[in-house]
Design a binder for this molecule. Structure first.
Ligand code: NAD
Ligand code: ZN
Ligand code: ZN
Length: 345
């Protein structure tokens, strides 16, 4: 079969490898669609040794149950499914509570991060990490596995702060951010302020439910404050789906006292915290909570699939044949993808 494999620093190629075999408790999934996450670019740029090589990329996968490994009887051949790729270790205290995203061991395991993923014709997955998607188009189902799931989990963690009428800033309206805007619109009555560097992303945000859009430049803080009110007013919740120093700086300057910073993007920026007497607003307002969500758990995926099947969330996709996977990642790196790039074998 074909598989797009990371082989070393900044190196990946579409190669021909033997079809994988499902082992005990595993299912072979014929890939129907596989989304390209910005984190895949992070894998390509990571220090050698941080991820195994060779590694088939792709942790956002939907497909059809193709073959069952020994001991598996729960699934029907041909059933359409989405993969919950975050496996955890399955044994630590967090994993046994269904909180694989808090796995407390170094044996952390995930499809497409530590074992072969779904940028391929087939992928092997533990039978316990599949979710049925019914008649959902698989190019819609795949982005739910990370872009949808991570956004949903991050929003769910902040549910108490997302009161009707609250101001909510979403920085970075790409794969994750454009799902977040829709999930906020579908599950709350907050006023969404979308922030991005590209006009295309801001147009998309407005179409998906953002009440305001702000260009992410050196005037962004001022423009957001014109909407949410001057200091010490501010936004109740700020999601940063970029995580570079420039966006973290915007986030901390527009969050209200008692507000919530939700830091999802892995852009390697720095957020400084400098407790200072007599300067209650800088650099982070008093009583502010910061949370660092990670991906999402099985139950979150079931719920985000339900939102999608109810027609309340629709991924904006750019679909590529698997043969053009390299071009898709290149476009993602150049910031030219609207929503999510999805590969179809
Ligand atoms: P993406 O490339 O699809 O989207 C990024 C968006 O941010 C684009 O619209 C881009 O124009 C915008 N952007 C870039 N620089 C900006 C700036 N300075 N200000 C405002 N907007 C800016 O990426 P994605 O796949 O949505 O991933 C987003 C981030 O989240 C990445 O860092 C990724 O690694 C990370 N991520 C984290 C988790 C988690 O669980 N914490 C899960 C998945 C992805
Ligand atoms: Zn990802
Ligand atoms: Zn664990």
């Amino acid at each position: 079969m074909r598989a797009y494999r990371y082989t070393g620093l900044h190196k990946a190629e579409l190669s021909e490898i033997p079809d994988p075999e499902p082992g005990l408790g595993e299912v072979l999934v014929r890939v129907g669609a596989s989304g390209a996450c910005h984190s895949d670019l992070g894998i390509l740029a990571a220090p050698p040794g941080a991820f195994p090589t060779p590694l088939t990329l792709g942790h956002e996968v939907a497909g059809y149950v193709d073959r069952l490994g020994a001991g598996v009887s729960h699934w029907d051949i041909g059933e359409p499914v989405v993969v919950h790729a975050l496996l955890g270790c399955g044994r630590c205290r967090a994993c046994t509570q269904g909180l694989e995203n808090q796995c407390r061991t170094v044996e952390f395991d995930a499809v497409g991060l530590t074992r072969d993923g779904g940028m391929a014709d087939y992928v092997v997955v533990p039978e316990t990490h599949l979710v049925r998607v019914g008649d959902l188009d698989l190019t819609q189902a795949a982005p739910l596995a990370d872009a949808g799931l991570t956004a949903y989990h991050a929003i769910d963690l902040s549910r108490n702060a997302l009161r009707p009428g609250a101001y909510c800033v979403v920085i970075g309206v790409g794969g994750l951010g454009h799902m977040a805007v829709q999930i906020l619109a579908a599950t709350s009555a907050v006023s969404i302020i979308a922030v991005d560097v590209t006009d295309g992303a801001l147009d998309l945000a407005r179409r998906l439910g953002a009440a305001h859009t702000v260009k992410s430049d050196h005037d962004a803080v001022q423009h957001i404050r014109e909407i949410v009110g001057p200091v010490p007013e501010g936004a109740d919740v700020v999601f940063d789906f970029v995580g570079v120093t420039a966006t973290l700086d915007i986030a901390r300057q527009v969050v209200s006292p008692g507000g919530r910073l939700v830091l999802v993007g892995l852009g390697q920026g720095e957020l400084t915290f400098r407790p200072t007497p007599g300067n209650p607003l800088n650099p982070i307002p008093l009583e502010t909570t910061a949370v660092v969500p990670y991906w999402g758990n099985h139950a979150d995926l079931v719920e985000v699939v339900a939102l999608s099947r109810a027609g309340l969330v629709k991924a904006e996709t750019e679909v590529f044949p698997l043969a053009e996977v390299e071009e898709a990642y290149a476009k993602l790196e150049r910031g030219e993808i609207r929503g999510r790039a999805v590969m179809v074998p």
